[in-house]
Every structure is written in structure tokens, then in C-alpha cells.
Ligand binder design. Structure first.
Ligand SMILES: C[S@@+](CC[C@H](N)C(=O)[O-])C[C@H]1O[C@@H](n2cnc3c(N)ncnc32)[C@H](O)[C@@H]1O
Length: 254
């Protein structure tokens, strides 16, 4: 992909801060097709939209002084999870009071920090996210409220850098991969398996979640997710597996 194509894609505000590697990998899906460059760019943008911006309200790309609940409602994933955070964090941190959480493809999940507090958990929170605007928004919130959180602008395909960030965090390390497997798989098949295998070596617990239903294509979604739970059950020790609010959570370790 040449620089002018990259610049053309980044002209859209929603893609303006995406790491180059994500745009490149999306473009590669269409690069060899017998179509014009303009069509390749159009298809790349459509794919990027599905992966990075479809569930984010445009309102999130500017406001800074809204309360966390307002923000959590402006992202489909966190909005759907709102009534269940308490229960979800209770189950994840069952016998733990203090931990590092590394939230991969975090979206704006850092705004759920108050639920850690409500459970009296002492959490050192780190988010990694490709959409720069969301990273800024979370960092602004952590700073303003003096919370023990930070957010990095990085693609999960930059695996060595991700690993370095994780290794800097104190143990026990708990990794969240909430509703992000589909995004990774749509750019590189089987990458989530490779990532989970590698993460398991440097973490104490991994929590993977995926939607169990989706508007429009409920059946298809259900069938397509079996491979990930099978892979987890075959390779790891699963300590909990539950469904809440149309989202299934698997908690496991090596
Ligand atoms: C469906 S949202 C889920 C957000 C959050 N994990 C949650 O459940 O509240 C998927 C998120 O993953 C991010 N994402 C997708 N691919 C990524 C990648 N390669 N590197 C970093 N973030 C990625 C997207 O920008 C988006 O914020």
C-alpha cells in the first residue's frame, strides 16, 4: 500500500488516528483483486468501519467533560454491558483484591473503572486500543479523576510492543479480550489463537468475551463462535464460563 492510499483513507476523521498496520492489513484483503484502486479504497474503508467505528457514537470523538455513564452509553459494547458490570467484575475477581488489568482492544471500557472501586478492588488498569480518540478520552478521564489507569495507542497486531507493555505490569496480570476476537480474525485468520497462546505465558488469567447474539443474524453469530470456545477448552483450564446480557465470558489460564 503506498503512502497516497494511506493518506486518502486517513482523510476520514474516524480513521485519521488508526495505526498504519491496521489500515495496511485491511487494504491487503483487497489488494490483489481485479478492481480499481478507488474500489479497493472503498472496500477498505467499509471493512475498517466495521472493525473500528461501527459501535462508537460520533459524539464520543469530541466531548471531554461528560460523566462516565454518559460515555459508557455512547459505545454499543459498554452500553449493553452497563447493567451487568457489577456481576461480571465480581466473577472475574472472585478471590482477588489487587491486580493489574490489561484490556486489549478496550474501546472505552476504561470508563468502567468505577465498578472496580465499587467492588473494593485495587486495580492497576492498562488499555490498549487502535482508535486514538478513544485512547485520549480514557487518559483524560484517568488523569482528571486521579485513577490508576493509562491507555496506549497501539494495534494488537504489534505483538512485541503489546507484550512489552504487559510485562511491565505487576502480577497478578489479568487480560481482558472483550468482544475483540471478530475484529482480529477479520484481518488475520487464527491470529486470536496465536495471541491467546502467547498471552497465556505472561498472564495469570485471561477473560475472553464474545457476543452470543447480534441484531439481524443471530444464528450465524452463534455457530461461528464455537471454534473459539473449543480452542479455549482444549488448551486451557477454564475456571468460569457464563453469559450475561448477550455476551459470553470465558475465564481461563494455562
Ligand atoms: C466491539 S469493540 C469492543 C470494545 C471493548 N473491548 C468492550 O467490549 O467494551 C472492539 C474494539 O476493538 C478495537 N480493535 C479492533 N481491532 C484492534 C486492533 N487490531 N488493535 C487494537 N484495537 C483493536 C476497536 O477499535 C474497538 O474499540
Amino acid at each position: 500500500m503506498n503512502k497516497s492510499i494511506l493518506d486518502e483513507i486517513r482523510k476520514k476523521r474516524e480513521f485519521s488516528q488508526l495505526p498504519e498496520i491496521d489500515i495496511k492489513m485491511a487494504y491487503e484483503q483487497f489488494e490483489k483483486k481485479q478492481i480499481t484502486d478507488d474500489e479497493k479504497i472503498k472496500l477498505t474503508k467499509e471493512l475498517l468501519r466495521k472493525i473500528f467505528s461501527a459501535f462508537v457514537s460520533k459524539k464520543l470523538l469530541s466531548p471531554k467533560n461528560k460523566d462516565p455513564e454518559w460515555i459508557l452509553r455512547k459505545h454499543i459494547s459498554t452500553k449493553e454491558r452497563m447493567p451487568f458490570y457489577k456481576e461480571i467484575y465480581k466473577r472475574i475477581f472472585r478471590e482477588i483484591k489487587k491486580a493489574s488489568v490489561i484490556d486489549l482492544g478496550a474501546g472505552i471500557n476504561g470508563f468502567s473503572y468505577k465498578f472496580f472501586k465499587e467492588e473494593e478492588l485495587e486495580i492497576d488498569y492498562t488499555a490498549i486500543e487502535s482508535v486514538g480518540q478513544l485512547v485520549e478520552l480514557m487518559n483524560f478521564y484517568f488523569k482528571k479523576n486521579k485513577l490508576n489507569g493509562k491507555s496506549f495507542h497501539l494495534s494488537l497486531f504489534e505483538s512485541e510492543k503489546v507484550k512489552k507493555i504487559i510485562l511491565k505490569e505487576k502480577k497478578p496480570r489479568i487480560i481482558f479480550l472483550f468482544k475483540v476476537i471478530d475484529a482480529l480474525e477479520s484481518l488475520k485468520r487464527d491470529y486470536s489463537k496465536e495471541l491467546i497462546q502467547n498471552l497465556s505465558k505472561i498472564s495469570d488469567k485471561i477473560v475472553v468475551s464474545f457476543p452470543t447474539k447480534s441484531l439481524g443474524s443471530r444464528q450465524k453469530f452463534k455457530a461461528n463462535r464455537n471454534w473459539i470456545s473449543e480452542f479455549i477448552y482444549e488448551n486451557f483450564i477454564v475456571s468460569d464460563d457464563f453469559e450475561l446480557g448477550g455476551e459470553r465470558y470465558l475465564i481461563f489460564n494455562r
